[in-house]
Design a protein around this ligand. Structure first.
Ligand code: HEM
Length: 219
C-alpha cells in the first residue's frame, strides 16, 4: 500500500513537510535578523542592537544580504503555497466572523481550508512588502548607480523601505502571537510538521475533510 501523504500512520496529520518547515525557518531567522538590524539603523535609541550583533559595520554589511535570503525564502513560499492562498468565496463569511477568531471561539468560526483568510492575508502581505523592500533596498544598497536624473527613486526608496518594514512588523507581531501563543498546537506544526486530527478538524475543517475523502478514494 502506498503511504498516506498527509494522514500519518501514527494517527496524526502532516501539516508542513520538511521542505516547507525549512523554508519557513529560513524566512523566520532572516526576518528576525533584518528586523533587529533595521531597527538599529532606524533610531539612535536602538543603535545598541547593532553593537550587540557584532558592530555597526558588520550589521550594515550583512543586512542587505539577509534581505536577499529573506526574499528568496518568501519566493520559495510562493512556489509552495500560492495555490492554497488564493481568495475563495467562503472567505467573506470567515472575515465576518473574525471577532470569534480573535476571542479564540473556534467553534463559532466557519470552516477553513488548509489556510484561513487571515493566514492568506499574512502571506500576501509578506510577499508584496518583501518585494517592495527588495526593490527599495537595492536602491539604498547601490545609490551610486542611480543616475542624477532619476534621483526621485532614491527619495522614494527612503520612504518605501521603512513604511513596508513597519507593515511587515505589524504582520509579524500578529503572526507570532497567533502561532506561538494563541493557537495551541500550531507551533509544533512548524517544528515537527504534524498536528493532531482534532486540531486539524477544529482549525482547518474543510482541509481535514478533503484529506479524509482523498484517503478513502485511495483505498
Ligand atoms: C520567527 C518567528 C515566527 C514564528 C514563531 C512563526 C510561527 C508560525 C506558525 C506556528 C505557523 C503555523 C500556523 C498554522 O499552520 O496554523 C506558521 C506558518 C507560517 N508562517 Fe510563520 N513564524 C515566524 C516567522 C515567519 C515569517 C518571518 C514569515 C514571513 C514570510 C512567516 C510566514 C508564515 C507563513 C506564510 C505560514 C503559513 C500560513 C500561516 O500560518 O500564516 N513566518 N508560522
Amino acid at each position: 500500500m502506498t503511504p498516506e501523504p498527509h494522514l500519518l500512520p501514527n494517527g496524526r496529520v502532516l501539516r508542513y513537510s520538511y521542505r516547507e518547515r525549512l523554508v519557513h525557518w529560513l524566512a523566520g531567522f532572516s526576518y528576525v535578523y533584518l528586523l533587529l538590524t533595521g531597527l538599529a539603523f532606524w533610531s539612535p535609541w536602538l543603535f545598541w542592537i547593532a553593537v550587540v550583533l557584532g558592530g555597526a559595520t558588520v550589521s550594515r554589511e550583512l543586512h542587505p544580504w539577509a534581505g536577499l535570503v529573506f526574499v528568496a525564502a518568501v519566493l520559495m513560499m510562493y512556489r509552495m503555497w500560492a495555490s492554497g492562498m488564493k481568495e475563495s468565496p467562503a472567505d467573506a463569511a470567515w472575515w465576518k466572523a473574525v471577532r470569534h477568531y480573535i476571542r479564540n471561539e473556534d467553534e463559532q468560526m466557519p470552516s477553513a481550508d488548509r489556510f484561513n483568510p487571515g493566514q492568506k492575508l499574512l502571506f500576501w502581505g509578506f510577499l508584496w512588502n518583501g518585494l517592495l523592500l527588495l526593490l527599495s533596498g537595492v536602491i539604498l544598497w547601490f545609490p551610486q548607480y542611480i543616475p542624477w536624473s532619476l534621483r526621485f527613486l532614491r527619495y522614494l526608496a527612503v520612504i518605501v523601505h521603512p513604511v513596508c518594514a513597519l507593515l511587515t512588523i505589524g504582520l509579524f507581531i500578529i503572526h507570532v502571537y497567533m502561532g506561538a501563543a494563541i493557537e495551541r498546537g500550531a507551533f509544533g506544526s512548524v517544528i515537527r510538521g504534524d498536528v493532531s486530527r482534532a486540531w486539524a478538524d477544529r482549525h482547518h475543517h474543510t482541509w481535514y475533510r478533503q484529506l479524509l475523502r482523498d484517503s478513502e478514494a485511495r483505498k
